[in-house]
Design a binder for this molecule. Structure first.
Ligand SMILES: NC(=O)c1ccc[n+]([C@@H]2O[C@H](COP(=O)([O-])OP(=O)(O)OC[C@H]3O[C@@H](n4cnc5c(N)ncnc54)[C@H](OP(=O)(O)O)[C@@H]3O)[C@@H](O)[C@H]2O)c1
Length: 269
């Protein structure tokens, strides 16, 4: 180490990515090189916390003066939202956080940037969703945030196909009630025809040999196929779309475009 600053010192401010398990998280590999590049005395560590230990872990961090905040992923997004002292608008509507800031007075503040990251990623690739008809497959936590962001971005219609249609109906109802958005509806048997974009927000594709989230037979040649799964990078669904000559949008764009948003919110960047 001669002549070099040790990377982690007594003055280092630390941040975390909380998950259970944490072995799949990508945020430390994204944030730590940025800290180094920008000369920030910060470090991000993975935190593997089982649900039954979440409260004690959060309470401990509330009193830790050199802890700044965390990125949040499966399965803690909803439980952590309930523990926050304040929630930003997207977290209020989705009931889920993916970033929590820990302030010096012991209060914690959450928000959710999944949807904003997804839409920013689309725009960066020249796929502006404004005025488009979108079919979203899935109605889980990520889907709720993406649905709100797509409405904010001005989609003409948002159709939601989910295995459990009640969850799609609940998203449509809440977006109408809380956000005033009327263009969202549940479409449990939609075949993917006659839409401008289809986004997979289910977890189908994370593991080898799973069913495709939507069979592509009825999908038109100009429909964009968007994925939010990051690993594997090229899911079977993206591969099937590309084999048919369809334009695809990869899952990593969504996280790539959240880094500055989350980092700024938790005070890391
Ligand atoms: N790129 C990014 O930045 C980013 C960010 C967040 C999440 N993600 C990814 O997004 C995916 C979803 O995350 P989430 O937090 O929204 O999860 P979640 O809340 O658990 O939702 C899972 C969704 O997948 C559906 N599903 C699961 N298994 C299914 C099956 N066998 N057949 C049909 N539908 C099935 C569920 O349907 P039911 O409602 O019927 O159960 C639900 O709609 C994960 O793969 C995650 O890695 C990516």
């Amino acid at each position: 180490m001669t002549g070099q600053m040790p990377w982690v010192t007594g003055t280092t401010r630390f941040f975390a990515t909380i998950a259970n398990p944490a072995d799949h998280v990508r945020a430390p590999m994204v944030f730590n090189p940025i800290f180094a590049k920008r000369g920030l005395d910060h470090v991000m560590v993975p935190m593997s916390v089982p649900p039954e230990s979440l409260k004690v872990a959060i309470d401990g961090l509330r009193g830790t003066s050199n802890f700044g905040g965390m990125a949040v992923t499966i399965p803690h997004k909803m439980e952590l939202a309930k523990m926050c002292d304040t929630l930003g608008p997207t977290a209020q509507l989705t009931g889920a956080v993916n970033a929590v800031r820990f302030d010096a007075d012991g209060t914690i503040h959450g928000d959710n940037f999944d949807g904003a990251g997804f839409v920013a990623g689309l725009r960066r690739q020249d796929h502006d969703p404004a005025g488009r008809t979108v079919l979203m497959v899935g109605a889980g936590g990520a889907a709720r945030a993406i649905a709100l962001a797509l409405c904010d971005a001005g989609v003409e219609r948002l159709l939601i196909r989910n295995r459990t249609p009640e969850k799609a109906e609940a998203i449509a109802e809440e977006l109408a009630r809380l956000g005033g958005y009327r263009q969202v509806e549940s479409a449990p048997t939609h075949d993917g025809g006659d839409v401008d974009m289809i986004v997979n927000t289910t977890s189908l594709g994370l593991h080898e040999g799973e069913d495709l989230p939507l069979v592509l037979d009825a999908v038109g040649a100009n429909t964009l196929i968007a994925e939010i799964i990051m690993v594997p990078e090229r899911t079977d669904w993206l591969a099937a779309a590309e084999a048919r000559g369809l334009t695809t949008h990869y899952g990593h764009h969504m996280l790539d475009h959240q880094v500055e948003l989350i980092g700024t919110f938790i005070g890391a960047l």
